[in-house]
Ligand binder design. Structure first.
Ligand code: GRF
Length: 203
């Protein structure tokens, strides 16, 4: 798999750990970041995972950026492309190219709160429950078929930060098994609905 990041890379770490500890029949071939200062790059380098930076500010257009990104990803011929905190909207061409093998984690219970600042918006909306969603990526942002979700309570004294931490913990719990199911061909997609088939006996 190829993992795309923009920031801390805690989801990358969760996936790398699960992949190693559970002996997935897979490996992270490369970590690509659009930001040279993404802390997740250091984790990858420390674990001998090849890294590449493709700075979006140097690209002439979104199309040109995504074409170059795809070119670099395709060198690895990955079975899965994992968006682990990759903070860029991808072009429809890019998404179509990876249809069925492009997976994302989003910090809200989709379809509620697509896009940015999900925790702030959840607090403002006064919802009592919030959470995380793993979904296959479709051209429309944060709207692809849902693979898994996790729910957390919103507490009276929550701040954006405390809520984000509680949600992130759940991302780390649900994202790795979803990526594994994708890699093992256990996601059965019918329209918007995904059935996750059980893992084999050795899992
Ligand atoms: C996560 O909350 C993810 O859902 C969002 O950005 C954050 C990335 O965290 N898109 P990390 O880089 O995996 O620590």
């Amino acid at each position: 798999m190829v993992v795309l990041i923009s920031g801390a890379g805690s989801n990358l770490r969760a996936i790398a750990r699960a992949c190693a500890e559970q002996r997935w029949p897979a490996r992270i071939a490369a970590v690509l970041s659009n930001r040279a200062d993404a802390p997740g790059l250091r984790f990858a380098a420390e674990h001998s995972i090849p890294t590449e930076v493709l700075d979006h500010r140097a690209a002439g257009s979104r199309e040109a950026y995504d074409a170059e990104l795809a070119r670099r990803i395709d060198r690895h011929a990955p079975a899965a492309v994992v968006l682990a905190g990759f903070m860029r909207v991808l072009t429809a061409d890019f998404v179509r190219h990876y249809e069925g093998r492009l997976i994302n984690v989003h910090p809200s219970l989709l379809p509620a709160f697509p896009g940015l600042h999900t925790h702030r918006r959840a607090l403002e909306a006064g919802v009592k429950w919030h959470g995380a969603t793993v979904h296959l990526v479709s051209p429309e942002v944060d709207a692809g078929p849902i693979v898994d979700q996790a729910v957390v309570p919103v507490l009276d004294d929550d701040t954006e930060q405390s809520l984000a931490e509680r949600v992130l913990e759940q991302e780390h719990r649900i994202f790795p098994p979803a990526v594994r199911a994708l890699l093992e061909g256990r996601l059965q997609v019918r329209g918007r609905c995904v059935r996750v088939l059980p893992a084999g006996p050795s899992a």
